[in-house]
Design a protein around this ligand. Sequence first.
Ligand SMILES: Nc1ncnc2c1ncn2[C@@H]1O[C@H](COP(=O)(O)OP(=O)(O)OP(=O)(O)O)[C@@H](O)[C@H]1O
Ligand SMILES: [Mg+2]
Length: 357
Amino acid sequence: MIEIAGVTRSYGAFKALDDTSLSIREGEFFSLLGPSGCGKTTLLRMIAGFDTPTSGSIAIDGQPMDGIAANRRPTNMVFQSYAIFPHLNVAQNVAYGLKRLRLDAGEEKRRVEEALAQVSLSGLGSRGATELSGGQRQRVALARALVMRPKVLLLDEPLSALDKKLREQMQVELRRLQQAVGITFVLVTHDQYEALAMSDRIAVMFGGRIAQVAAPKEIYQRPVNRQVADFLGGMNFVKAEIVEESGASIIVETHGFGRVKTDKPQAFVRNGKAATLGIRPERLRVLWDDATSSHQVTGKVVDRHYFGEITHLIVEVPGLEKPLSVSETNNFGADDIPVGAAIRLAYDPDALVAMAD
Ligand SMILES: Nc1ncnc2c1ncn2[C@@H]1O[C@H](COP(=O)(O)OP(=O)(O)OP(=O)(O)O)[C@@H](O)[C@H]1O
Ligand SMILES: [Mg+2]
């Protein structure tokens, strides 16, 4: 649906986007994820036609977009600060873009009602735009974009102004809406949980470049490098040396975890013999009493942090340069393990991922 080929956007000597290529599929919920300033809005604006690449090209639905104005593209954008018109009521806000299509009054009304129903605002058409909650305003902004029936809906941090509870509720609704209307959604976010929960695929960006494109589970479990791993949540890093590399797998030697065979992540770039092994804190399990596992490490608890449903244990393991962070649910009493206790941790070798430094 969207083909981005070698797109660069320069401001003087600075490249806000640097030689970026990406294919987004029809009907996909696609997210651009990365820290502030990495180029997410820049890329979205160029897809929408509000900005032009310095070099490279963008095609949508098979059509090259060079020289095509924003209002002639099969896209619609919901902006980072969703501006709805305060002097218009809800229905008038939603109908705004339809005016230039010169539909007859009945058809226009029907489309506005359909769009309001899609965002669960039926019956609120005559309400003033200022008489709405933040979440409802956000829905008006969505309805205003949906009413144009775009092939692609571009969403720039549409939920960032909402509080946590409402944001989580809107995430579910947005995902349901995308599945119901079946159009391609491109969402910009710097919230990794939002991207993981909503997307079919995610592109992780840093400094104007895409580091990895994959489904949420792949991005979380098989990050290509430390930067991606770190951005997606907690990760224990262990120094490793590549012993053997064959096809899709790799054998590494570590202190602490010994010799490990693991899958090579997508786009893994070998850089000499050194590699890093990563394991997420929740993939380490406390072994209680005389339980054993064929894969385990032994260590000493040096710190403990209580988070209600989980406890983080910081565990020193001989041979490892840094203590391991372990995330354990509190139903077995991890919150009662005393600092100083000797413990054993079990892990699934599949949870160990090799990545480039
Ligand atoms: N008009 C401009 N002139 C100069 N630099 C710009 C301009 N617009 C954006 N930039 C720079 O380009 C980089 C990318 O900006 P962009 O708005 O795409 O970031 P972003 O990933 O959307 O960040 P955020 O999460 O904060 O919205 C930033 O370093 C920004 O300062
Ligand atoms: Mg932005």
